[in-house]
Structure formats: structure tokens, C-alpha cells
Design a binder for this molecule. Structure first.
Ligand code: CTP
Ligand code: MG
Length: 211
């Protein structure tokens, strides 16, 4: 049994839309509804915590039809929204998922739950297809070894107590992270495990992702 935090409190600025990308519609369904679906279909999911901007909560409520859903106000940065969501988690395990990743599949949830049987922190990742270089002021500083590079996605799944402790320390120290696993990497002694994900589990980020 697990809780899921679905992050919807961003503004979707990079899409260039005049509204939150969570309300963008693909074939009659919003990104929000697409993302919710796999969790609503999963009996192992006992709590769905949707994090939104306060002024948008009503719009999300209209699209939410499941008694497991509850709402929390988000914060300025993604990590502030996660931290707000974590305060409400009631299960032993928590999944943290970007609302903007509507293509997540049951397979990924199954694989993460399997990993949680033996580990306290894991996330879905896919191998980097491109060569990644570090660049400062238009100059290449370093080419990283592609064989060692993986792209982090969500869901990221944790023992609730572990991730709450890690986040509490990170927030106290003003640490800025771009994903959740980093909090465990930096503020606990637990290892973070990779679960092989799926390239289709893309995040809707720029206008190219809206097709
Ligand atoms: N998010 C959030 N609270 C924030 C910022 C982001 O809950 N303060 C959520 C977004 O709604 C999104 C997910 O975190 O589902 C991933 O963030 P991102 O792709 O950066 O979305 P936005 O912040 O909405 O987009 P942008 O950065 O382009 O404005
Ligand atoms: Mg953002």
C-alpha cells in the first residue's frame, strides 16, 4: 500500500501556453486526468495527494472523481510543493510523481513496489541517448561518459519516514534539488536504486511536447 503525491502546482511557463499545462487537453482528456488514471486504477494506492496552486484548486476539483484524492497547496519551487505534500502522507510508502508525466504505466509502479520490498529509495530512469557535455560560457569543459549516465524520471518511490527526514534537513539548509532522490543522496546514508523506466514516460515541458 502506498500514497502518491501528484505535483500540479507549477505554472508551465516553458510550454508557452497562457495556462497551466496540467489543463492542456489531448483527445478530450487533460494532462491531469491522464496522469491520475494509472493511480486511480491501482487498488494498492490508498491516498492521492494532489498539490496545486491555491487559486487553481477548484479547477482541479472539477476534474477529480475519486474518494482517495485530497488537495494541498503547493509552494514556490517544486521541492516546496513536495514538502507540503509529504506532511499529509499516511502510508508507509510514498510515490512522488510529476503531474506533467501523463504517460506513466502500471509496469513502472509494479517495478518500483518490487524494489521497495528490499530498498528504501528508488526511481525510474532511462539511459541517456545523447552525449552530455558540461559547458560554461559557451566553452565545453568536459564530456561525460555516456555509458554511466541515466536520465531521472518520476515516479520516485520511498519509505515515507526516510524521505520526510531527508526533505526536512534539505529545507532547513536551503538545499536546492531538481529531483527527490537527491534529497536521499545528500541527507541520508541510504542508497538510491535505479529501476529501468520507459522512454515514453516523458515530461510535458516545452511546446514540442504538446503534440
Ligand atoms: N510543480 C509544483 N510546484 C512548483 C513547481 C512545479 O508542483 N512550485 C510541478 C509541476 O506542476 C510539474 C512538475 O512539478 O507537474 C514538474 O515541474 P516542471 O516540469 O518544471 O513544471 P512547471 O514548473 O509547471 O513548468 P515551468 O518550469 O516550465 O514553468
Ligand atoms: Mg518548473
Amino acid at each position: 500500500m502506498y500514497s502518491v503525491i501528484i505535483l500540479c502546482a507549477g505554472q508551465g511557463k516553458r510550454t508557452g501556453l497562457s495556462y497551466n499545462k496540467m489543463f492542456y487537453t489531448f483527445q478530450g482528456q487533460t494532462v491531469y486526468e491522464m496522469t491520475l488514471e494509472v493511480f486511480m486504477q491501482d487498488a494498492r494506492c490508498q491516498q492521492i495527494i494532489v498539490v496545486t496552486r491555491p487559486e487553481e484548486r477548484e479547477d482541479f476539483i472539477k476534474l477529480s472523481h475519486d474518494s482517495r484524492i485530497e488537495f494541498v497547496d503547493g509552494g514556490k519551487e517544486r521541492q516546496d510543493s513536495v514538502y507540503a505534500g509529504l506532511q499529509r502522507v499516511q502510508s508507509k510508502y510514498v510515490f512522488i510523481h510529476d503531474g506533467a508525466r501523463p504517460y506513466v504505466k502500471k509496469q513502472q509502479i509494479d517495478d518500483l513496489l518490487e524494489c521497495l520490498k528490499t530498498h528504501k529509495a528508488c526511481l525510474v530512469m532511462v539511459p541517456c541517448k545523447d552525449t552530455i557535455k558540461r559547458v560554461v560560457d559557451d566553452v565545453v569543459i568536459e564530456t561525460l561518459n555516456r555509458k554511466e549516465l541515466m536520465q531521472a524520471q518520476t515516479p520516485q518511490a520511498f519509505d515515507t519516514k526516510l524521505i520526510l527526514d531527508a526533505y526536512t534537513k534539505a529545507i532547513q539548509q536551503n538545499f536546492q534539488a531538481t529531483d527527490d532522490a537527491q534529497m536521499v543522496e545528500n541527507f541520508t546514508d541510504e542508497k538510491v536504486y535505479m529501476v529501468l523506466g520507459d522512454y515514453e514516460n516523458k515530461k510535458i515541458t516545452t511546446k514540442e511536447d504538446l503534440i
